[in-house]
Design a protein around this ligand. Sequence first.
Ligand code: ADP
Ligand code: MG
Length: 399
Amino acid sequence: MRCHTATILFTDGSNRRIRLADFRKDCKLMKIVLSHLTKKFPGRGRGNKKKGDVTAVNDFTFEIPDGTLVGLLGPSGCGKSTTLNLICGLQKPTGGQIFFDEEDVTPLTPQKRGVGMVFQNYALYPHLNVEQNIRFPLENLKGTDKLSKEEMRARVEEAAGLVQIGDLLDRKPAELSGGQQQRVAIARALVKLPRVLLLDEPLSNLDARLRLQTREEIRRIQKKTAITTIFVTHDQDEAMSISDLIVVMKDGLVQQIGKPQEVYDNPANLFVAKFLGTPPINLFEGKVENGSLLIGEETVLTLKNVPDQPVYVGIRPEGFILSENGSFTCRLSRPEVMGRDVSIVSTHPASQNPVIRSIVDAESCEHLSGDTVRFALKPQKVFLFAKDTETRIPFETAK
Ligand code: ADP
Ligand code: MG
């Protein structure tokens, strides 16, 4: 495999070799530009039985700023892995281009792209120990990139230190926990000083606690090295917590790109609103009539400038205020204590989910009793979506 240390990474064009720790200082950070990137897989079968092509990635255009960590997020089968495989060169696009900075890397082989890739299943060599596993990508470097034994040793030790497995170098993969194996895989991806780091669901095989810990670790390593990183996950919590930017995908199409909080606060459509947030957004059938937003018979908000139409109403769990005079009446099931907060579980005939979950602070629900519960709504936590297109309808409230 080729290493990109000398020829590509340096802004000053020199041939110095650098250390991981100096990455931020010495290296030109790469932006990644995807331009109309498309991948179609041919349908299977023949004649009448032939299924249509699958468009796994559909006209994906985006510029990933250098030095950032981008979370690529979406349900299983939406095209996340295909996108990563196109960027690292394991698959060829049907259309479109990929640039690392100004360089069009679309025709380059994976080896020439200088990408570090980490897969869900670690893919370590079982017969090699940790040190040999991490060193593997350095063994076959040619020409000016060739490293001496000492240089390799230093690079391996540094990568291992960065992911905090420096004391495990003699072990075989079978003698490591899942989390440790994943760290080895990350060190192996870093040891070549990649221009770009791609992680495909790297935490899926870890248990819940380790997943949390390892995701913080990935964030720390990314901050320290500042390598432009794309992190694929189907877990919105994971993506929201560590990413500078998230890209939400569905059926090969990008739905929305933005800072996690911005996307959460301003979902572009119903899919994005439903995909982000735990507990998930509460959804109701409703309608706008003469400036009133109606759920069932009740006017829950008064709106300006929204034409009459049927709508989906999305209300975030934190958008409910317990209020005796509240305009939105639900049937109380039970309060559930979740640490500091209380989740009030209720039902409503117009609700699209079996139950409504609203999160309120513990004091405000001391007087909760009877069969019904009344809420006022925080307008900025309420979203309207067109019934047909499911796109968001912006609104202002009238006093
Ligand atoms: P994700 O990683 O988001 O789960 P993938 O990128 O693996 O999704 O797959 C996206 C779509 O492309 C899916 O419908 C999948 O079945 C299809 N697909 C992926 N790889 C192939 C392939 N080699 N041949 C045919 N279809 C594929
Ligand atoms: Mg995948």
